[in-house]
Write a protein that binds this ligand. Structure first.
Ligand SMILES: Cc1cc2nc3c(=O)[nH]c(=O)nc-3n(C[C@H](O)[C@H](O)[C@H](O)COP(=O)(O)OP(=O)(O)OC[C@H]3O[C@@H](n4cnc5c(N)ncnc54)[C@H](O)[C@@H]3O)c2cc1C
Ligand code: SF4
Ligand code: SF4
Length: 444
């Protein structure tokens, strides 16, 4: 694909929008909808084939246990169908140049899907015909997908993509497609646009926990990340049951290890990821419902239940029988029959080193910044903080303004946070972008 992308042709015409929103997760969708409802023309650019971000992939949300996809799916559809929003998926920002206040020139690389968007009906027949299977990114490798694929059933837009790096060019998809939508000659395009303001909502990356070698991720089959556990519990889950990936057995003794890759200078991430305590407690409660006979243990350093209703949610998990052990897990070893042995410091019982055996271990991985967008700014500098998160102009009085006037940020690009705080920031960024545009246009 990299070679094909170099052949991108630049379009001559420049499209005009009031606001460019970068990133189609819950932050980007919310900001786009707010601005579009106010009458502004929005260009929303998402690098993946579907909008939805991480929220769409979750099971339920803490502390209310509302269904995540029931909240996010209507918002994804509303975003795509709003007459004031132009949605570009599978697209990346190449260049942003500030020409003056309220005036940015942007270049966007539209990657080829090798499927004609105007023809594809999302029927999935190409997917069924394709013989190639590779790990599915949206399920974090828990199951496979084809080289010709639709990202997921409720993808927005529901249009197929050909993964050209894995395609063996057998032509089966082309023969199966009832509308002739497959087009292997499709080229990448560079779309040019002028926008008045920008909102960055590119979210976070998951901590690559294989960096913490003593936790044996990818070395032992029955160690998964919390994102994988959220997928196992979601309505759109891979196995339609909670099964351990190593052998398909129903786990009966599950451990969560909090702060996996957070508050840990040994792996270069000293920050608290803010959501791991609560999402682990959420998953523990959901597991108690899904597997009523299973034992659930949470190994923690501190439980940071700081939000509204969080402490009650924590106490509820204890009352349901989730076991909480205060102690940092020092190392993990293979046990018998695919089980996992966890060595930990038992802080509340004299700090002794103890070991316990579990049949499934969930690593509650932390959140890392996603700052690639910085490189797109050509003649202005988007400042980051010491840890790589976008730095607000003033943390106290302007938390969604960035170092560049006219460029705002919202959600996890500014630092780890939960969905309600992300939505609040997205609404604030939309309001600030609207105020900025009105101000520069009044004086312009
Ligand atoms: C395991 C786990 C469970 C969680 N459970 C909960 C929960 O129960 N309740 C809760 O409140 N929070 C939960 N969270 C936190 C929640 O995921 C975040 O609060 C939320 O997803 C933040 O939304 P966002 O839009 O800022 O970022 P994201 O969801 O990361 O969305 C960012 C979007 O931007 C796109 N993007 C990235 N880079 C670019 C680019 N260069 N150009 C264009 N597009 C780009 C991405 O593809 C993505 O679509 C959980 C987190 C994890 C890891
Ligand atoms: S041509 Fe490629 S995408 Fe199409 S069916 Fe064959 S392997 Fe799959
Ligand atoms: S490319 Fe063709 S076969 Fe594949 S989903 Fe679209 S319409 Fe259906």
């Amino acid at each position: 694909m990299q070679r094909i992308l170099q052949e991108a042709e630049e379009e001559q015409e420049e499209e005009e929008y009031d606001v460019l929103v970068i990133g189609g997760g819950i932050a980007g969708e919310t900001a786009s909808l707010d601005l579009a409802d106010m009458g502004f023309k929005v260009l929303l650019v998402e690098k993946e084939p579907s909008i939805g971000g991480k929220m769409f992939l979750l099971s339920k949300v803490f502390p209310t246990l509302d269904c995540a996809s029931c909240i996010s799916t209507p918002r994804m559809a509303a975003t795509a169908h709003h007459p004031n929003i132009k949605l570009l998926t599978y697209s990346e920002i190449q260049e942003i140049e500030k020409l003056g206040e309220g005036d940015f020139r942007v270049k966007i690389l539209k990657k080829p899907r090798f499927v004609e968007e105007s023809l594809c009906t999302g029927c999935g027949q190409c997917e069924q015909a394709c013989p190639v299977i590779v790990p599915k990114e949206y399920d974090f490798g828990l199951r496979g997908r084809k080289a010709a694929y639709i990202p997921f059933d409720t993808a927005v837009p529901k249009i197929a993509v050909i993964d050209i790096d894995h395609c063996v060019f057998c032509g089966q998809c082309e023969r199966a497609c009832p509308v002739g939508a497959i087009n292997f000659l499709q080229k990448p395009r560079i779309i040019k646009a002028r926008v008045g303001a920008i909102i960055i909502a590119t979210g976070y990356k998951l901590f690559p926990i294989e960096k913490k070698a003593e936790y044996m991720f990818k070395k032992l089959p029955n160690i998964i990340t919390a994102m994988q556990m959220d997928r196992l519990l979601a309505p759109t889950r891979p196995y339609n049951a909670v099964l351990r990936p190593g052998d398909g057995k129903e786990p009966m003794n599950i451990a969560f290890i909090l702060c996996s890759g957070s508050r840990d200078r040994t792996v270069g991430n000293p920050l608290c990821s803010q959501v791991c305590c609560m999402y682990s407690i959420k998953q523990a409660q959901l597991l108690m419902g899904a597997l009523p006979l299973a034992d659930i243990t949470i190994y923690y350093m501190d439980i940071r239940a700081f939000g509204k209703g969080f402490e009650e949610f924590y106490q509820q998990a204890k009352a349901m029988g989730v076991m909480f052990i205060k102690g940092r897990v020092a190392k993990i070893e293979p046990g018998e029959n695919g089980d996992v042995v966890v060595w930990y410091e038992d802080i509340e019982n004299g700090g002794r080193l103890r070991k316990a055996t579990h049949d499934l271990v969930v690593l509650s991985v932390g959140l890392l910044p996603n700052p690639e967008i910085v490189k797109a700014f050509k003649n202005v500098k988007l400042e980051l903080d010491d840890y790589g998160w976008v730095k607000p102009r003033d943390e106290n009085i302007s938390p969604v303004e960035t170092s560049i006037p006219g460029v705002f940020a919202a959600g996890c690009i500014l630092g780890p946070k939960d969905i309600p705080d992300t939505v609040l920031e997205a609404e604030a960024a939309a309001a600030q972008a609207a105020a900025y545009l009105r101000e520069v246009r009044r004086h312009g």
